[in-house]
Ligand binder design. Structure first.
Ligand code: BEZ
Length: 211
């Protein structure tokens, strides 16, 4: 059965460019992003890995550990790493899993046989510090991901796990948020003593509580 939001992220041990990694141990108390690539020495993947390396300080700031995966062997990854730095201007600074026997790819359903029966699609899993899966997105091989969007979702997940709010369409850190639908007006008065803007009884807007 396919993994779903709220499931525990399956644990695994794998060879990576940064040595052997055991997922749950690697994540510790951090958030995690696990993302797959169709294959080494491919153009879109090369740009994506360079971009994630460039964004690493943004992931660090949010206490997020990133882990890439490609079904090619470790020796192939090691050869590719030089190309990423040369062409993208950022050296790989996070582990890239080598998964030639597709152990991890199968565990996470990263191969969609009707799209391609050997290569992984571009899967993204965001994992919380409780090791539960908080987001799953699947992109086709031909479309490079938008990692600013992944950071935006992490900002939302971190905010909404600490406060009883939801984030509206196209929200970015610092924008107004929505009081959670299960929060009664009585509770809201305690949590948001400065009040809120009520567009509808179910649509109550407050400033970002972390601002
Ligand atoms: C790429 O990364 O460029 C790519 C990989 C597999 C299929 C299509 C594109």
């Amino acid at each position: 059965m396919a993994l779903q939001l709220g499931d525990t992220a399956p644990d695994f041990t794998a060879e990576t460019t940064a040595g052997e990694v055991e997922l749950h141990d690697y994540l510790g108390d951090s958030w995690g992003v696990l993302f797959s690539h169709p294959a080494d020495f491919t153009p879109v993947c090369t740009t994506e890995l360079g971009e994630v390396a460039r964004l690493k300080p943004e992931f660090d700031k949010r206490n997020v550990k990133v882990l890439g995966l490609s079904v090619d062997p470790l020796e192939s990854h090691k050869g590719w790493v030089g190309d990423i730095e040369e062409t993208q201007g950022s050296a790989l600074n996070f582990p890239l899993i080598a998964d030639p026997d597709r152990k991890v790819a199968d565990l996470y359903g990263m191969i969609h046989p009707n799209a391609d029966d050997t290569l992984t699609v571009r899967s993204v899993f965001i994992i919380g510090p409780d090791k539960k899966i908080k987001l799953i997105i699947t992109y086709p091989a031909s479309t490079g991901r938008n990692f600013d969007e992944i950071l935006r979702v992490i900002d939302s997940l971190q905010l909404t796990s600490a406060h009883k709010v939801s984030t509206p369409v196209n929200w970015h850190h610092g924008d107004d948020v929505i009081i959670g639908s299960k929060v009664t007006n009585e509770e809201a008065k305690e949590q948001f003593p400065e009040g809120w803007k009520e567009l509808k009884p179910y649509l109550r807007i407050v400033p970002d509580p972390t601002k």
